[in-house]
Design a protein around this ligand. Structure first.
Ligand code: SF4
Ligand code: SF4
Length: 432
């Protein structure tokens, strides 16, 4: 057995030991699991997956593709952990099992390719994104009324209504290093990949809003992918690489400056993910607590540090926007943020939020899940879109670019294809 395999198996045994005894097998986690709702089999429940992980750790089950399928059929939405009265963290167990599978059987090709792409240096990734932006119009055509794209020709795994985000000609971090006056208080902006390479309007909205509040925005150019896509795949080495790079880039702005995040998954990684994985690491560990303590979702910062009254005053009079709110899993369940984004959204839209049924339900993206389990992902997406459309709102607001991509894809397949989907900071910037 290689050192890496042994380390992954030891880690699985440790996590199973820390989490499994908490599970009293009540089955409550089944009530919130989007995967179980679509495929009601015990092996897809959180408790079922934990039982499988225990059997793997104890050597009662072999690492086979058949067993891996049960553990891979999970969005890592953390809904089960949030629902569990015993505080069992099935998501930790599932991730540890996936890491062990990655060492035992290797990563599937698509996950390997994503890990490789996202762990490259910014120069290489930026150059590839720029080339992609140049050639994208040859393969894809514009979505009417939106910055996204649809395919032009038949392609494998991309149907005619699959929403593809348009790559920016110039990545956001290439354009913006520091915005505002040197004498203003500043925040450090962790952009995430989607805002940097595709939905750059979210980054521009952050700059517009914060500068209007006389707060400068610092954008460390050495930051990169948060590592969530690699974590979902089980590629621990790639997550460590991402963590190391981000922690060093973000630590440079000092121990006090808040780090604001516009991506729920990125915020979850900076706050919890890195610490859970590398808290014991002698090199990285000591830096992680400081980063976690400084990190705030952008809506949390605006609600807590600026104040909703000041936001409302800044927005002033104007037309109201009928908005509903989708809770990103990693914002609501992992970071426990529900009131702050709604308060900021209501001020930005000049209107109370029209709550949809099940705002907490996962959109079905789940990192690479939407690619590896396309049919299930679309079924989960359909429920979300139907709930959003029934709210009567004209716009779905959220706080995660990944959710935005998934919701835009779903909206155009649903009963209200005219609905807009925007980040809350974008709605606020547009109201100024
Ligand atoms: S993980 Fe929690 S909610 Fe699910 S069966 Fe175990 S104790 Fe119950
Ligand atoms: S993380 Fe989400 S999809 Fe996975 S088992 Fe838990 S509730 Fe189900």
């Amino acid at each position: 057995m290689t050192d890496e395999k042994k380390a992954a198996l030891d880690n699985l045994k440790k996590v199973v030991k820390e989490e499994l005894y908490k599970c009293i097998r009540c089955g409550e986690c089944r009530t919130v699991c989007p995967v179980f709702r679509e495929t009601p089999a015990e092996r897809y429940t959180a408790r079922g997956k934990m039982q499988i992980a225990e059997a793997l750790a104890e050597g009662r089950l072999e690492f086979t593709e058949h067993v891996r399928e049960a553990l891979d059929n999970c969005l890592l939405c953390t809904g089960c952990a949030a629902q569990c009265g015993s505080e069992a963290r099935a998501d930790r167990v599932i991730m540890a099992a996936r890491q062990a599978f990655a060492e035992e059987l290797g990563l599937p090709a698509i996950k390997k390719a994503i890990s490789f792409a996202l762990t490259q240096g910014n120069a290489a990734l930026g150059a590839e994104a720029r080339v992609g932006a140049l050639f994208q119009p040859l393969l894809f055509r514009g979505v009417p009324g939106d910055s996204g794209l649809y395919r032009r020709f038949a392609m494998p795994a991309v149907d005619e209504r699959q929403y593809i985000p348009r790559l920016a000609a110039v990545p956001f971090r290439k354009r913006v290093k520091f915005a505002g006056k040197a004498e203003w208080p500043a925040v450090t902006f962790f952009t995430g990949c989607m805002t940097n390479y595709a939905m750059t309007e979210i980054g521009d909205s952050v700059v517009k809003v914060f500068n209007a509040l006389e707060i400068a925005v610092r954008v460390p150019s050495e930051q990169g992918c948060c590592g969530m896509p690699m974590l979902i795949s089980g590629d621990r080495a790639a997550v460590r690489k991402a963590a190391e790079r981000n922690v060093r880039a973000l630590a440079a702005s000092g121990p006090e400056e808040p780090i604001i995040v516009v991506c729920a998954s990125g915020g979850h990684m900076l706050r919890h993910g890195y610490h859970e994985l590398f808290g014991d690491d002698p090199e990285l560990g000591p830096l992680l607590e400081g980063i976690a303590a400084r990190t705030m979702d952008v809506t949390e910062y605006l609600a807590a540090r600026v104040g909703v009254e000041r936001i409302a005053a800044l927005v002033g009079e104007g037309p109201a926007l009928a908005v509903t709110w989708h809770d990103p899993c990693h914002l609501r369940k992992a970071q426990k943020l529900t009131r702050e984004p709604r308060a900021v959204l209501a001020a930005a839209a000049r209107s109370p939020v029209r709550e949809m049924a099940h705002p907490e339900a996962c959109c079905g993206l789940g990192g690479t899940y939407c690619l590896t389990h396309m049919d299930l992902s679309k079924r989960i997406q359909t429920r979300k879109i139907e709930d959003a459309a029934a709210s009567g709102a004209d716009c779905i607001a959220t706080a995660c670019p990944g959710c935005i991509m998934q919701l835009r894809d779903g909206v155009r397949r649903g009963p209200r294809p005219d609905m807009q989907v925007k980040h809350v900071i974008q709605i606020l910037a547009e109201a100024l």
